[in-house]
Design a protein around this ligand. Sequence first.
Ligand code: AMP
Ligand code: TRP
Length: 337
Amino acid sequence: MAKQRILSGIQPTGELHLGNYLGALRNWVEMQKDYESFLFMADLHAITVSHDPAVLAENTYKTAAIYLACGLTAEQDSTIFVQSHIPAHSELGWLLTCVTPLNWLQDMVQFKEKAVRQGENVGAGLLCYPALQAADILLYDPDKVPVGEDQKQHLELTRDIAVRINHQFGTSETPVLKMPEPMIRKEGARVMSLSDGTRKMSKSDPSELSRINLLDPPDLIKKKIKKCKTDPVRGLEFDNPDRPECNNLLTLYMLLSSQTKETVAQDCADMGWGQFKPLLTDTIVEALKPIQERYAEITQDKTILESVLRDGNEKAAAIANQTLSRVKQSMGYSRPL
Ligand code: AMP
Ligand code: TRP
């Protein structure tokens, strides 16, 4: 039987952190042997907030290098590419924007949150962002889309857009677009900020101390854990709604040391923060060490990345162009003469 296909992406808008790793990247790496994977850098989405042209391309390549450093590889059927290198994304993005009702876009939580943060200078791209994301997904006919919890609403919208296109331009026997399923793992789907256990860890948080980046050196990790928010209670526990920081830090420890929840709950039940923090620091440092070593190797030799992205682009573009033709035909466009 043919392998199922997954597709996902990350915006190259800053350094990748533990939330990106545990909510997305680590799952992609685990899944790549069982799925045909299409994984990209969403650099068109990256300009929906104000951006610096001098660092956009650099961030995109850094993000690609992190994908490889985490273990994604063409040898295990992963296709890695840059969104803006494949014009079909923008083109299908426009076609989908035109069939998406305005109020669907206005209802998106991410739009509302980011629009408030940007004040008066909100570009229309921020509103249309999810229609482009739907295009990213639907171009590749994926079975599943592995993401963190914050993307759930965008995936539901993608499915609604696909239903609409199929209803308006397809038939029940020959749908135009395939319906993708979101894939959100319970553990790690929502890693919280180190400064506030009720907010998610995010690249856009102004405080560096709120997150641990995958390339942070050990002394910086130590400093961030030392300063992270805790509570005055002795003994550590999962799932107490009054102790969000405690739950988050224990979850990080559990996931990065690959232990079960039961074991961690038992081992840490009588611990104080003074004992737990060094343990967590060592665990994070050890988990990130192989990624950082591999990242240093990959970025020494530019040709590695260039060849991965060239091959990825070729393979991805062939599929994307086929889907785009199918959609355009269904919507009544003629082929160019
Ligand atoms: P972004 O950094 O917004 O481009 O997100 C890239 C991927 O990382 C998406 O699948 C997100 O759902 C996931 N992600 C981002 N932040 C977190 C977080 N704090 N916890 C879990 N997953 C996250
Ligand atoms: N919006 C996603 C995020 O911020 C990034 C993204 C863009 C994406 N296109 C996608 C994720 C397609 C999954 C599938 O995390």
